[in-house]
Design a protein around this ligand. Structure first.
Ligand SMILES: *Cc1c(COP(=O)(O)O)cnc(C)c1O
Length: 362
């Protein structure tokens, strides 16, 4: 199958005026302000990947029997475009998103979009919507996704798919501010992923299944939910949409191993940066009981969540039905701050890039 496609460009006839865009970018929040364009690529069993377009962002007509609306055959990615000091734009490790998108596709019985086309689609959108990348701490959050678009109610892999990339200008992810520690609720009732399930795939269905647990967290005045493993209800897996790390008083760190968790690109980058700094890091199971004991004894100094949207976020308070505990002084710790700075400095082009993680769009 061909791994090149010609993108046909249809620029927006009436793009958002500069003054209106500036007002939107002044305080974009997360996921509410969208750029003017989108990229669409179609797939059918008969034609393969075809009809690649850059076009005005607009509603997509769908048949009410489109398979995704019934059986949730859908996957997505999330990455950010940053504005550089010289007025250019960069992406952070987009090839990893392209690869993970293929892995998610495989798990959901969907066709694999060639990596090259995935990257080109993102470059096209960032190029045409370059004015939507905010200055300062903001970024342009890129959301590639793909869904089953066959008009058919039978349960089987769809014969038609639509791949779309949209972009959203964003500021800080958590309302409380970038370095404020969050509180987490440890769900006892609900799990996120079981062995053999879709936990390692970035599919919308995983999020649908996490919402009730997140609502429970919110009800208990927590910012986020932490999931335990489905088999033993003992081992810490991850948050609803972020991986988790633990920092100990001997300087070492632990993060749960891959398997049922989502293989985060931020997680992988933190592991590499920590090893670069000579910090011993383990990818090892860590139980909730141990977490509580180590937090109480002082063996555990810090814990943080990580993901593209919020980068590194310190965890201050852990709440469960039988009580709560505080990590360190309940605020952001030194190691969390140090690793966050190291990562953000590379992402923003303020530090050298020894692992060639930065992809220049223009
Ligand atoms: C996307 C995601 C992450 C973080 O992945 P990054 O590549 O670091 O953004 C973690 N957990 C879940 C469930 C996710 O969907």
């Amino acid at each position: 199958m061909s791994d090149t496609l010609k993108f046909v460009r249809h620029p927006h006839p009436t793009p958002t005026p500069a003054d209106k865009r500036a007002a939107l970018l002044a305080n974009p929040g997360f996921g509410r302000v969208f750029s003017d364009h989108m990229v669409t690529i179609r797939y059918s069993d008969a034609k393969g990947w075809h009809d690649a377009r850059v076009e005005p962002r607009a509603p997509i007509p769908m048949d009410p029997a489109a398979a995704v609306l019934h059986y949730a055959q859908e996957i997505f990615e999330g990455l950010k475009a940053y504005k550089t000091a010289d007025g250019g734009a960069t992406l952070f490790r987009p090839i990893e998103n392209a690869r993970r998108f293929q892995q998610s596709a495989e798990r959901l019985a969907m066709p694999k979009l060639p990596e090259k086309i995935f990257l080109e689609a993102i470059d096209e959108l960032v190029n045409i919507d370059r004015d939507w990348i905010p200055d300062g701490d903001g970024s342009l959050y890129i959301r590639p996704f793909m869904f089953a678009n066959e008009t058919f109610l039978g349960v089987k892999p769809s014969s038609d798919y639509l791949f779309i990339v949209i972009a959203s200008s964003v500021g800080a992810y958590f309302k409380s501010g970038a370095d404020a520690a969050v509180s987490v609720w440890v769900s006892q009732e609900y799990t996120r992923a079981a062995p053999g399930g879709t936990g390692a795939a970035k599919c919308g269905g995983n999020y649908a299944a996490s919402l009730l647990a997140q609502a429970e967290a919110t009800h208990h005045k927590c910012d986020q939910v932490v999931f335990l493993d489905a088999a033993e209800r003992k081992w810490i897996e991850e948050l609803g949409g972020m991986n988790v790390f633990f920092v100990f008083n001997d300087g070492s760190m632990t993060t749960p191993p891959l398997g049922t968790i989502l293989p985060g690109i931020t997680r992988s980058s933190v592991l590499t940066l920590a090893r670069d700094k000579g910090i011993p890091v383990r990818e090892e199971k860590y139980s909730f009981d141990q977490w509580r004991a180590d937090a109480k004894s002082g063996k555990l100094r810090e814990a943080f969540a990580c993901g593209t949207a919020a980068v590194l976020t310190p965890i201050g308070t852990v709440r469960a039905p039988d009580g709560e505990f505080v990590i360190g002084n309940g605020q952001s710790g030194a190691r969390t701050g140090e690793l966050k700075k190291a990562l953000v400095d590379i992402q923003r082009g303020r530090a050298s890039d020894p692992h060639k993680w930065i992809h220049k769009v223009f």
